[in-house]
Design a protein around this ligand. Structure first.
Ligand SMILES: NC(=O)c1ccc[n+]([C@@H]2O[C@H](COP(=O)([O-])OP(=O)(O)OC[C@H]3O[C@@H](n4cnc5c(N)ncnc54)[C@H](O)[C@@H]3O)[C@@H](O)[C@H]2O)c1
Length: 387
């Protein structure tokens, strides 16, 4: 059987994780990378023994061997490049957020409807941690009773100082929301995925803690610190922090907050779902364990053990108990689920999938817009229908 042939556009921070994950599937072959920074693309192609290297999406799309494209470029290019890939007939795995706004994402959904055979996914990778799937299975089989509350946070510190700078700080590149769109989107996806419910109404408070930042004269890589002494002062209009009260369509209520300025935190992603019988809690930093809370019996700390997981979690849990699986493994699980779907000839819209679809990712964008609107109006805002 032939391996599925893949190409990646964008060889920056997250592009490297895609390289490793494609290879770990075992049945997909990475044949080319492309980046507008040709030195970087060449360097990565050499370092990872990738046969071909291009400078643009046009070159990547023109490669007849490539069946799947991974879009790992900054947000402002997601809509444009995703659209080109859909038109080319190749399958598509886009980084999140799907686009900068709901107009762009709706246009992608319409294009996809005209290409029903195209498998298209958005990389909301946290949902594919085995214990996140375990929580989803336990909730759906009724282990915690009726879902009443959902709460948690996602905290980072990589933008703590006014000298920290990245393209995400510029709304033309990132979109009107930064912290909510960048990391809150992961939180909302995971919580909607495990509860099987949608957040429908929000009341938000967003804050820009650092109103002016020092932008280095040279480009700074994601999560790295600039050593450039030359900078210009840039006013910042997107949020460093956001807190969101919400209501879900299953009657549950919730709250989450996100921050990129909380010292000491790199990826403090956690959520708890409180039901009428029990609670379930998970934290990405201790990804191999989850907590189940009860009122009338002892609480349980559950350590991942493939032998006792539900079938949905077991199928994405590879290592024996006591051998920690973490961020990279969940990331690979997500990419693998996308490739399996293609390999098994499954039909989008008909066959169920575990990865996030464009429709789900479009909803997250509309949720993000409702959060921004609520912050501006200081009122509860309902998520709008598709643009
Ligand atoms: N799923 C996750 O957990 C996760 C984590 C980090 C980033 N991301 C997403 O991945 C995307 C990229 O983020 P990053 O942190 O890797 O950014 P980055 O800046 O490190 O990398 C982006 C790369 O795209 C390249 N690029 C820019 N314009 C281009 C063009 N016109 N054609 C080709 N290449 C171009 C840049 O040269 C750079 O190498 C973002 O949308 C981000 O939200 C997702």
């Amino acid at each position: 059987m032939q391996k599925i042939k893949a190409g990646i556009i964008g060889t920056g921070y997250i592009g490297i994780s895609h390289i490793e994950s494609i290879r770990r599937t075992g049945f997909a072959d990475l044949v080319a990378v492309a980046d507008s920074n040709s030195d970087l693309a060449r360097k990565k192609a050499e370092e990872y023994y990738i046969p071909r290297c291009y400078n643009s999406i046009d070159d990547l799309l023109a490669d007849p061997e490539i069946q799947v494209i991974h879009n790992c470029t900054p947000n402002f290019l997601h809509a444009k490049i995703n659209e080109q890939v859909i038109q080319s007939g190749k399958h598509l795995l886009s980084e999140k957020p799907l686009a900068r706004d709901s107009e762009e994402s709706a246009s992608l959904i319409r294009s996809l409807q005209k290409h029903p055979g195209t498998v298209a996914a958005v990389n909301f990778n946290y949902r594919m941690n085995p214990l996140v799937q375990e929580i989803r299975s336990r909730i759906s089989r009724g282990d915690i009773g009726k879902v009443n509350l959902a709460h948690g946070s996602y905290l980072q510190d990589w933008l703590l100082y006014d000298t920290d700078y990245n393209w995400r700080l510029e709304p033309e590149i990132c979109g009107v929301s930064r912290c909510i769109a960048d990391i809150g989107s992961h939180w909302m996806d995971a919580v909607q995925h495990v509860t099987g419910a949608r957040i429908t109404e929000v009341c938000a408070d967003l804050a820009t803690v650092i109103p002016v930042r020092k932008k280095p004269k040279t480009q700074v890589e994601t999560f790295s610190v600039s050593k450039d002494a030359e900078f210009e002062e840039k006013p910042i209009v997107t949020e460093d922090y956001g807190a969101v009260l919400f209501k879900m369509d299953n009657g549950a209520h919730g709250v989450f907050f996100v921050s990129e300025v909380s010292a000491g935190h790199g990826c403090f992603f956690n959520f708890e779902i409180d039901g009428s019988q029990a609670s379930l809690q998970w934290n990405q930093q201790t990804a191999d364990q989850m907590w189940m809370g009860f009122r009338d019996q002892d609480n349980r700390l559950i350590l991942r053990n493939p032998n006792s997981l539900t079938p949905e979690a077991k199928q994405i849990s590879y290592l024996a108990k006591g051998h920690p699986e973490g961020w990279n493994d969940a990331f690979t699980n997500n990419i693998q689920s996308f490739y399996r779907y293609i390999r098994e000839g499954k039909q989008p819209g008909t066959d169920a999938c575990s990865f996030a679809t464009f429709t789900e990712a479009d909803y997250i964008i509309r949720l993000t817009e409702a959060i921004v609107e609520s912050n501006a109006s200081r009122k509860w805002v309902k998520v709008r229908p598709m643009a």
